[in-house]
Design a protein around this ligand. Structure first.
Ligand SMILES: *[C@@H]1O[C@H](CO)[C@@H](O)[C@H](O)[C@H]1NC(C)=O
Ligand SMILES: *[C@@H]1O[C@H](CO)[C@@H](O)[C@H](O)[C@H]1NC(C)=O
Ligand SMILES: *[C@@H]1O[C@H](CO)[C@@H](O)[C@H](O)[C@H]1NC(C)=O
Ligand SMILES: *[C@@H]1O[C@H](CO)[C@@H](O)[C@H](O)[C@H]1NC(C)=O
Length: 643
């Protein structure tokens, strides 16, 4: 569009006027508008410049006073006073603190870009009020300039460049117990003190509680947010402690106007699921990393390994007091998936789609654990999973709630197998014998057998008109693919029994191979044998599948029976011509062949085995379908009771 000379002149003068206006408002911030809103003269805040009497007096006398202007970042304008460390947005600062001392930090909330708060300001946590947080009638924690509330302060709140500041810290090192045999106590936690008033620039135990808030660390971590318009002063205080402990603390602290730099979550469901363990190892998986079926996204996720994991023998207290601290876990956890960026030999991790839904998840396989020991597993993310480190919002890492797991006894006759080629959903402990070979060979032993059995079934299925037009098919609801899937799920569960310790007293477990000796040659104790009803029957003295007894000779173990619905699903999904049938509950063979799903709580045992079954599984159990089991595995065309 062409402008006439008159129009261009108009445009130019309009532009000049606008520039003038901008200049005016920048140089002479409209104090008059604020003044109108204020009845009280005391803590008057004009944008970012606090002209409270306090500050006015200090500006002449106190050498630590520094002018602060909205347009300039503090880092340009000046340095923090001696002994006070200035924090930069989203940068962690590492520091030592000795018992009985405090390290002080300052963070300027109005770092660029200043922004008006919208909506209600963030309130301090209730819990902290009880632990010492109080509002001073005139000081920085006054409702007006920090936690603005109530009608009269509304217009002022809008005018201020208030921001939410997220303060977070992790304890990386803590004092050590001098003599673990003499004390059961853990070292005390650090305390964070926060002040927003210039009259308390050194928050800590010596300052007036009216001018500060104190938040105790929890398991080596703290998260606290507040809305402020000026500076935030932080004190990180290490308590005095008895001579039971030796050494000081090292911590990392960060302030951010975006999100917490270090985070933990102690209330969410544990994100780590314990699948199974054997006498020296354990398998754990994460939840589904996506619910999306978009192949590109799945592909992308499968190429990452977003989580790290730490494990700790519960008898080892080295990590007590640091369980929510990423760096604390890195320094002190007994077993870490990575140490100093290197994968450790005790942990293998990778992605898998195994389990219900076949969605991507990360798995962790631990070896080198002690038998019959209790562990906790802690899942963590370095950074926020896509970025980590200084300068990145949320770059300090996230720690999830711990998951408990335990290892099996040292009979050594249950062993985890995973990554099977045919039975790709199998990843659990199976009857084994340490003399048989390594777990790769053991997996192949079971998998090859299942694959062979499946060939027989496949030949039978081929004689059924699967590809026929729908009027001639055996069912409109199910097709041969459904039948094949149902059969494979069932077959893998019955040919590859899920193994538990013989010592496990749970009543849903089926004792097996009681007539054999344990791998070390010990027979089953006669007294124990006598306690088992029906101990002399076939179901108790042999395994489900004769090859296990002939080749592996695992010795006495207990089986987690396959879920009855696996059998039922075959009967429903496969052509009647194949004549599958399942034993009825209470009928021949049912009790020793199939288990039933029960709702599982936190850490509950697995009452029956199904593809992808694991401990601590929140998926809703299936409603009461019934039955069954399989002894005869060869599939022929003829009635087949799946025992
Ligand atoms: C700030 O802290 C409060 C109280 O703990 C919490 O409810 C709120 O979710 C926090 N705000 C953010 C944005 O995290
Ligand atoms: C993954 O998603 C599937 C399908 O939504 C669900 O059935 C399954 O329980 C989920 N698995 C985990 C470990 O959360
Ligand atoms: C195994 O037990 C020994 C002796 O109690 C202990 O020192 C060691 O830390 C334990 N190892 C693991 C991985 O739990
Ligand atoms: C298991 O044993 C086989 C044969 O001895 C060997 O080739 C394979 O590398 C072993 N696998 C592992 C994981 O040790």
């Amino acid at each position: 569009m062409q402008l006439s000379p008159l129009q261009s002149r108009l445009a130019a003068s309009l532009l000049a006027s606008c520039l003038l206006l901008v200049l005016y408002f920048t140089l002479f911030s409209p104090h008059f508008a604020v003044a109108l809103d204020l009845g009280e003269p005391s803590p008057v805040v004009y944008d970012d410049i606090d002209f409270s009497p306090n500050l006015a007096a200090r500006s002449g006398l106190d050498p630590s006073y520094e002018p602060e202007f909205v347009a300039f970042d503090r880092s340009i304008l000046g340095r923090a006073p001696a002994g006070v460390t200035a924090l930069t947005n989203n940068e962690a600062t590492s520091m030592n603190v000795l018992p009985g001392t405090t390290q002080v930090f300052v963070f300027t909330a109005s770092s660029p870009p200043p922004q008006e708060v919208s909506g209600a300001p963030v309130e301090p946590r209730d819990g902290h009020n009880s632990s010492g947080a109080r509002r001073s009638p005139t000081g920085g924690l006054d409702g007006r300039d920090v936690f603005s509330e109530g009608e009269e302060s509304q217009p002022l709140t809008k005018r201020q460049t208030s921001r939410t500041v997220f303060i977070s810290a992790n304890t990386c090192e803590q004092p050590q117990v001098v003599d673990p045999s003499k004390t059961k106590a853990d070292p005390p936690q650090l305390t964070l003190y926060v002040s927003t008033t210039t009259s308390n620039q050194s928050p800590g135990p010596l300052a007036d509680d009216a001018d500060q808030i104190q938040v105790k660390f929890k398991e080596g971590a703290v998260m606290y947010n507040l809305t402020v318009s000026g500076e935030v002063y932080l004190g990180l205080h290490a308590p005095n402690m008895s001579s039971e402990f030796d050494g000081g603390y090292n911590f990392r602290v960060a302030a951010s106007t975006d999100v917490y730099f270090f985070t933990f979550n102690e209330t969410a469901d544990a994100d780590l699921i314990w699948v199974d363990s054997d006498s020296q190892g354990a398998l754990l998986i994460t939840h589904n990393l996506t619910e999306s079926r978009d192949p590109e996204l799945e592909q992308k996720i499968m190429s990452t390994q977003p989580y790290v994991m730490f494990a700790q023998n519960k008898d080892d207290r080295s990590v007590n007091g640091l369980k929510y601290s990423y760096c604390g876990l890195q320094n002190r956890a007994q077993i870490a998936a990575t140490k100093g960026g290197q994968l450790t030999s005790m942990v293998t991790t990778g992605m898998t789609k195994r389990g219900p839904g076949n969605l991507p998840k990360q798995q962790f396989f631990f070896t080198g654990l002690n038998a019959s020991a209790n562990y906790m597993g802690i899942l963590a993310v370095e950074g926020n999973s896509s970025v980590s480190g200084n300068g990145q919002a949320g770059g300090g890492g996230h720690v999830f709630r711990a998951t408990s797991f335990s290892t099996k006894s040292d009979h050594g006759n249950c062993r985890i197998v995973l990554n099977l080629e045919f039975c790709d959903q199998v990843a659990y402990s199976v009857p084994s014998n340490p003399n048989f070979g390594n777990s790769t060979q053991l997996a192949k032993f079971y998998d090859d057998y299942a694959a062979d059995m499946y060939q027989n079934f496949n030949r039978s299925l081929q004689q059924v008109p699967c590809e026929a037009p729908s009027t001639q098919r055996y069912s409109l609801a199910r097709n041969c693919t459904d039948c094949a899937v149902a059969y494979k799920d069932w077959l893998c569960s019955v040919t590859i029994p899920r193994c538990e310790d013989f010592d496990n007293p749970a009543d849903y477990l089926q004792p097996r191979a009681m007539a054999q000796t344990f791998p070390n040659g010990d027979p089953l104790d006669d007294a124990i044998r006598k306690q088992v009803p029906l101990a002399d029957t076939w179901a108790f003295n042999s395994s489900r599948n004769a090859r296990i007894d002939e080749i592996l000779k695992p010795g006495p173990y207990k089986e987690v029976l396959p879920c009855d619905d696996l059998c039922y699903n075959i009967v429903q999904s496969c052509p009647a011509k194949l004549q599958f049938s399942c034993p009825l509950p209470g009928g021949v063979g049912f009790a020793h062949s199939y288990g039933r799903r029960t709702p599982s709580g936190d850490g509950a045992g697995i009452t029956c085995n199904y593809p992808g079954s694991a401990h601590v599984f929140s998926a809703a159990p299936r409603a009461g379908v019934s039955f069954l089991l399989a002894a005869g595995l060869a599939v022929a065309l003829g009635p087949l009771l799946l025992l």
